[in-house]
Design a protein around this ligand. Structure first.
Ligand SMILES: C[S@@+](CC[C@H](N)C(=O)[O-])C[C@H]1O[C@@H](n2cnc3c(N)ncnc32)[C@H](O)[C@@H]1O
Length: 284
């Protein structure tokens, strides 16, 4: 679910009103169309041609009186999905970038300078609300608890195993489990999910990492009969949905599991011509 066009327009108009007396018409036309908040941080995506980022940052702080600082985002990189970001404005001297983001009745402690939080995945996080009662869930790419926390807050799972490889994200995952009072139902493990995912134990497995094809076999073999896998993949639009389906079927064949159903959906646009897609796979 993206932000509607009219809302994007409203936001841009608000920013333009703040800056119309300070910058020229060329710069006004180039202003970013949207940004988002993580706790008291504002994240604005870098855009080619824009030179007045400091002024944009200061204007955003005026629009959002409760925000503390503004980060310019150059993208998310590497296996750990780490953001490259720069401070462009702040209300006071920054001693720590740490903030607490509230979403969907959950609290997420995070350092947005170092760790990503995808605002565009809110609908995906909400989809699992209340459907995991009595289940054993494995969150193979848990991050700071993007899926684990809302599942444990809004359902009564028997157990959630949350696995995260990045030491920094793992530290926040542990803090977020405490912050949301969801221990002891949640067990956090630090390490590679291809080594730590147990077999034949889970009613539900979440693979929320967009390049996780090579982990599909671990995901599928973790399921018990009748279990469901949520497999996320960044896929060129022209290859949706056939490429991920082919990969899922190949892994199922290798594991000896029979697929009962595969559902798919477009989560959001990931980059030009590329989708963030999700496949819900139930095995017999
Ligand atoms: C970007 S997050 C997922 C984002 C999330 N689904 C959301 O809603 O915003 C993916 C996480 O997988 C972790 N990761 C990557 N490879 C891993 C592996 N082999 N085992 C466990 N975690 C891994 C990364 O460190 C990262 O924290």
């Amino acid at each position: 679910m993206g932000i509607s066009k009219s809302r994007v327009f409203m936001k841009k108009k608000l920013l333009a009103q703040q800056l119309e007396n300070c910058i020229g018409s060329d710069e006004l036309a180039l202003l970013p169309r949207s940004w988002y908040l993580i706790g008291d941080a504002i994240i604005v995506r870098w855009k080619s041609g824009v030179t007045v980022w400091k002024l944009i940052g200061e204007a955003l702080l005026t629009i959002y009186p409760r925000a503390r600082y503004v980060l310019l985002d150059y993208g998310i990189y590497g296996n750990f999905r780490e953001p490259k970001r720069e401070l462009i404005a702040s209300r006071c001297a920054i001693t720590s970038f740490e903030t607490i983001h509230r979403e969907n009745g959950c609290l997420f402690k995070i350092n947005p300078m170092r760790i990503m939080f995808s605002a565009g995945n809110l609908h995906e996080r909400q989809l699992l609300n209340g459907i995991c009662d009595d289940e054993v869930v494995i969150d193979m790419f848990a991050g700071i608890g993007y899926f684990t926390v809302p599942i444990a807050v809004h359902s009564k799972p028997k157990k959630i195993l949350a696995i995260e490889l990045n030491a920094q994200s793992y530290q926040y995952l542990k803090q977020n489990i405490k912050l949301n009072r969801i221990e002891p139902r949640v067990v956090a493990l630090h390490g590679d999910c291809s080594k730590l995912t147990p077999t034949n134990v889970a009613d539900r497995v979440i693979m929320g990492y967009l390049s996780s094809e090579k982990y599909l076999l671990s995901g599928i073999t973790a399921l018990t009969s009748g279990g469901t896998l949520h497999y996320h993949e960044a896929v060129p639009e022209v290859l949706y949905p056939q490429r991920p389906i082919k990969r899922i079927k190949r892994a199922a064949l290798e594991s000896g599991c029979e697929i009962k159903s595969i559902g798919c959906r477009r989560v959001k646009k990931y980059s030009p011509g590329v989708l963030h897609s999700c496949f819900d796979v139930t095995i017999r």
